[in-house]
Ligand binder design. Sequence first.
Ligand code: UT7
Length: 325
Amino acid sequence: MQRSLVLGCGAYLPERVVTNDELAKKVDTSDEWIVQRTGIRQRHFAAEGELTSHLAIAASKGAMRKAGVEAADIDLVIVATSTPDNTFPATATKVQAALGVRQGAAFDVQAVCAGFIYALSVADNMIRLGQVRTALVIGAEVFSRILDWEDRGTCILFGDGAGAIVLGGSENSESAASSGAGVLSTHIFSDGRFYDMLYVDGGPGSTGKAGYLRMVGKEVFRHAVSRMSEAVETAVDHNNLTLSDIDWLIPHQANVRIIDSIGKRLKMPRDKVVVTVATQANTSAATIPLALTAAQDDGRLKPGNLLALSALGGGFSWGSALIRL
Ligand code: UT7
């Protein structure tokens, strides 16, 4: 059966680095509190005029270069984002045009921090069905634009960034297909009863007003640990594998305490978990492709490795993916 293979991945972080000490100059907080409660030491913030599409385009160029694909090869562009450039059209259409892609479809997916898993799921299914041959799947955000600097419980948690992967059908690569490489499964879930646990109280929508991120931190924390762990367990069971088969856990990066709790529940030692939250903070839909690219670039990921991806975000929306490299 046709599967989708990860052909390459890329990342982009804005140039400006903001440390906890710098934040503490305008917010009633401290480096000590932030590090102790979250593991975050710094984050990147987009420059004035630097938009989600700009970040997405930069990450995509890196992914396409590493995958060895041209614009003419790509017939699907999906941007997972909760901070689109405009209410419409989709940021993905801007990315498509800037990359010189002139065929196929481009659209956004909105599942907040779980957005990349959702976008991956959509692209994987379209490739499996033969509707698409090569897809660019991007997570890109500028959360710095929706933070309330009066709310110290949330404004210290987020950063800006983008990550992208190129997915291609296994029909183009007999060796990869026979080695069992590819996206083995994706599982996505939502429970809208938790809408007001993590949301933006306005934004480019039907409320007609600008909004800021609101969060009931403790509840989100609790659900993130349970749902992200369960999603990985579901994925492993679905593929008749065990947790010990996983080579790398690549979880959504919101808080190192969440990541450690999930690692503990899944019995994954810390050296099998990719962690980027200290230097990048929570970039929402971008955390997983950013972490994937970091681990790929520093040589940790090897052909044949089994990766477990998992995320939870506003909605609540959550999910997992298992990928064999
Ligand atoms: O991608 C998914 C989205 N988000 C998440 O996954 C985040 C999930 N939640 C969390 O990571 C944690 O709940 C937080 C990091 C947001 C908060 O950690 P916490 O251990 O739940 O702290 P808390 O909210 O219970 O606050 C403890 C204390 C409070 O003071 P009092 O009432 O004990 O005197 C807060 O006012 O810490 C205070 N506080 C701060 N102090 C210094 C809250 N934020 C700050 C801050 N600096 N930035």
